[in-house]
Design a protein around this ligand. Structure first.
Ligand SMILES: *Cc1c(COP(=O)(O)O)cnc(C)c1O
Length: 386
């Protein structure tokens, strides 16, 4: 009985290494922006979710500093105990205003927003229909809820319809769950058609706007606005940590829904409130998103410029997306790793994404409003050499 009960961990790590799936963080040594310093070298940054370039914006930095000076570094408790500040409420009202919903609730991360929302609105006797390519937080929210979960083929409404026809009647409530912009391929879910199906089968819809908020829609509200679905009854989740440059997540929707979540969502009730700094920075970011549509225009121009050049001119194997997210597909994990380090030698920071995160290994590219044409040119030249 002298066996080491932890010995499996090293063995497991060996297996991960042998498959070229081993990962470790890389340290960025500068402020976030279109160029970042990595291991002493300045690289053009195509690895960031800071689509509008707000994470290094002086107004967000100043808002975070003032809030910290006034309210301290920590919220000191959960929102229902000592962790609530008027700043949280201001941010929630600003998000509801951006989204044109009755109310919103801020969570400590987008991941926790998805876990909390899904786990509290459906349970054992209910059904979840989930897109195969949904984010990990949506999938784990489904697991946590205990609901019967069935995955439909990616963005495939016919598959979704046939699963609804087969299963819907056996369950009390049904929730359809989808990313609006898919985080790895950058494609958009067919939201209006999905909402129509949901109505036909009496289903709720939860849409994750993590990569869309601030990026899509005339006012930056996300894909719901982009597709003309503003005002429809649905559950919108998102993050404060991508285009909004801060940290945290939210759910936006009807006031009854938000009230219910404040009373039932475990990942909101039993966790510490967002820090004053993160809250104030996000609030400043929501204002900028609404007041500076030119940031979105510049991002759209960069998307078009990159597609024209990489896909139309050079026929590179890049996913054809309308979002700032692109994938450069490669045959296996080792090739993707080699490509990523070659890019680094050429002054480009773009990570290799490998299984189990995705099934096909790739270089993931994300564009920012603050990239200039020379940055994009350098990216395309580097990709051509791979
Ligand atoms: C990033 C992301 C999340 C998680 O948001 P965090 O605030 O980083 O926890 C959730 N859903 C999707 C689709 C994401 O891309």
């Amino acid at each position: 009985m002298n066996a080491d009960p932890y010995a499996w961990i090293e063995k497991s790590l060996d297996t991960i290494r042998r498959a070229d799936w081993y990962r470790s963080p890389q340290s960025i040594e500068s402020c976030p922006g279109p160029r970042v310093k990595l291991a002493g070298d300045w690289l053009i940054n195509f690895a960031s979710n800071d689509y509008l370039g707000l994470a290094g914006d002086d107004r967000l930095i100043q808002a975070a500093i003032s809030a910290t000076k006034e309210f301290g570094t920590g919220a000191t408790g959960s929102r229902l105990l000592s962790g609530h500040r008027d700043l949280h409420r201001q941010l929630e009202l600003a998000i509801a205003n951006l989204k044109q919903t009755e109310d919103a609730l801020v969570f400590s991360s987008g991941y926790l927003a998805n876990l909390g929302a899904i786990a509290s609105i459906v349970s054992k006797r209910d059904l979840i229909l989930s897109d195969k390519y949904n984010h990990s937080s949506l999938k784990n929210g489904a697991v946590l809820s205990g609901a019967q979960t069935v995955e439909y083929d990616h963005c495939n409404l016919e598959d979704l319809r046939s699963l609804l026809t087969e299963h819907r009647a056996s369950y009390r409530k049904c929730l359809i769950v989808t990313d609006s912009v898919f985080s790895m391929d950058g494609d958009l879910c067919p939201l209006p058609q999905l909402l129509a199906l949901a109505r036909q089968f009496n289903c709720m819809v939860l849409v994750d706007e993590a990569h869309a908020t601030g990026v899509f829609g005339a006012s930056g509200a996300g894909c719901v606005e982009h597709f003309g679905c503003t005002g429809e009854t649905l559950i919108q989740v998102g993050t404060l940590s991508k285009a909004l440059g801060s940290l945290g997540g939210y759910v936006a929707g009807a006031s009854a829904l938000i009230d219910f979540l404040r009373n039932r969502a475990p990942s909101w009730i039993y966790t510490t409130g967002l820090t004053p700094a993160d809250t104030a920075a996000a609030l400043e970011a929501v204002k900028i998103v609404q007041q500076e549509p030119d940031r979105r225009d510049r991002l759209q121009q960069n998307i078009k410029n990159f597609k024209d050049n990489a896909i139309s001119n050079y026929q590179l194997p890049v996913s054809n997306s309308d979002s700032p997210i692109f994938s450069f597909l490669l045959k296996d994990a080792a090739t993707a790793l080699a490509a990523s380090s070659k890019l680094k030698e050429m002054g480009i920071f773009a990570p290799a994404i490998r299984p189990p995160t995705v099934s096909v290994s790739r270089i993931r590219i994300s564009l920012m409003a603050t990239h200039d044409p020379a940055h994009l040119q350098q990216l395309v030249e580097a990709l051509r050499q791979i």
